[in-house]
Design a protein around this ligand. Structure first.
Ligand SMILES: [Zn+2]
Length: 330
């Protein structure tokens, strides 16, 4: 099992009323502008490092608070690479089968939102551990969320890197890891993570339960073919995460690269966006990774836009036809 300690910086919309929100397929709380990561060595010490700047496409104007915190300005944003390319580089750095360690649970939800909005693979990045939970267990810090700086102080770790820089924070978090009994902490993690208070330290009001929080990650194995996978009702008609009734699935949209998406509904609890990624296993069967999200209006629209692309094409054509006529009049 390999561990990657990671941290990200993200930009926000100027305000919740920003026009950009109307164009987004899902709620995007933060758009990633930097990914920093440190691999842990076998004796769980900081090892190989990774950092990449990402150029945002939705929140292109630097939010003044983020600029103040990270020192990122317009110029620096311009020089980042696109998210898809950055994620690919990050995946290459991480390799397969790794567990992601973060300070807090925001990074996980922000990463999921960014992956969905760019229609990328998520199944390689589904094992996350919030180190605050293990820190609290082992330092009697209680149930509140402790800031990174406080935890560093607790262990007498000196700040030698830039704070609020993704790699700097990831490195400092990796140092905290080396002070914790990580193996013991991971054993207790499942139970302990349920008791962590969701209120943020320092009076911040950010919503940690983002709208795109995944309700369920699950793997199904041993399908001889793709068709067998889709014949399996357990996979393609999941149970409602809230009441356990079987959901009614709408058409599965093939998104390419063995990724599929459907909108599944429960009479009592509304719609869920369900995504499936098939992957060939070593024994020549197929494995299916399934992820379920509570669908809000934005997600429903997103699904519909993918389910009926023909309609969109027609309306675009119409617009194109209008243009030359207007030009001709001039
Ligand atoms: Zn239900």
């Amino acid at each position: 099992m390999s561990y990657v300690v990671m941290d990200m910086e993200w930009n926000q919309a100027m305000s919740a009323q920003s026009a950009v929100f109307n164009k987004l397929p899902i709620h995007l709380r933060g758009e990633i502008i930097q990914i920093g990561a440190v691999k842990l060595t076998e004796d769980l010490k900081p090892g190989e490092e990774f950092q990449i700047d990402v150029k945002p496409v939705y929140f292109k104007k630097m939010h003044y608070k983020v600029e103040k915190l990270t020192g990122f300005d317009k110029d620096r944003l311009e020089h980042g690479v696109g998210f898809v390319e950055a994620l690919k580089a990050f995946r290459e750095f991480c390799g397969d089968g790794c567990t992601f360690l973060t300070w807090g649970c925001d990074d996980k939800s922000i990463m999921e939102q960014n992956i969905i909005i760019h229609d990328q693979d998520w199944d390689w990045i589904d094992r996350w551990v919030n180190l605050q939970v293990i820190y609290n267990l082992q330092t009697q810090a209680g149930r509140n969320q402790t800031g990174l700086a406080i935890a560093m102080e607790h262990f007498g770790i000196e700040q030698t890197r830039v704070a609020h820089d993704a790699l700097g924070d990831a490195y400092n978090t990796a140092l905290i890891c080396s002070k914790l009994d990580l193996e013991e902490g991971l054993k207790q993690y499942e139970t302990a993570s349920k008791t962590l208070s969701t209120s943020k330290a320092g009076g911040e009001t950010e919503d940690t339960h983002s709208k795109t929080k995944a309700l369920e990650h699950r793997a199904f194995t041993g399908y001889p073919t793709r068709e067998d996978a889709f014949d399996d009702k357990e996979l393609t008609a999941p149970l409602c995460p809230e009441c356990g009734e079987r959901l009614k699935a709408s058409r599965w949209i093939n998104q390419g690269d063995r990724r599929y998406m459907s909108l599944c509904s429960c009479k009592a609890h509304g719609n869920y966006l369900v995504r499936i990624k098939l992957r060939p296993a070593e024994d020549d069967t197929m494995t299916a990774n399934r992820i379920i999200y509570k669908a809000d209006e934005e997600m429903e629209e997103f699904y519909k836009s993918k389910a009926h692309p023909a309609k969109r094409r027609r309306s675009r054509k119409k617009k194109r036809l209008i243009v030359p006529r207007e030009k001709a009049r001039q």
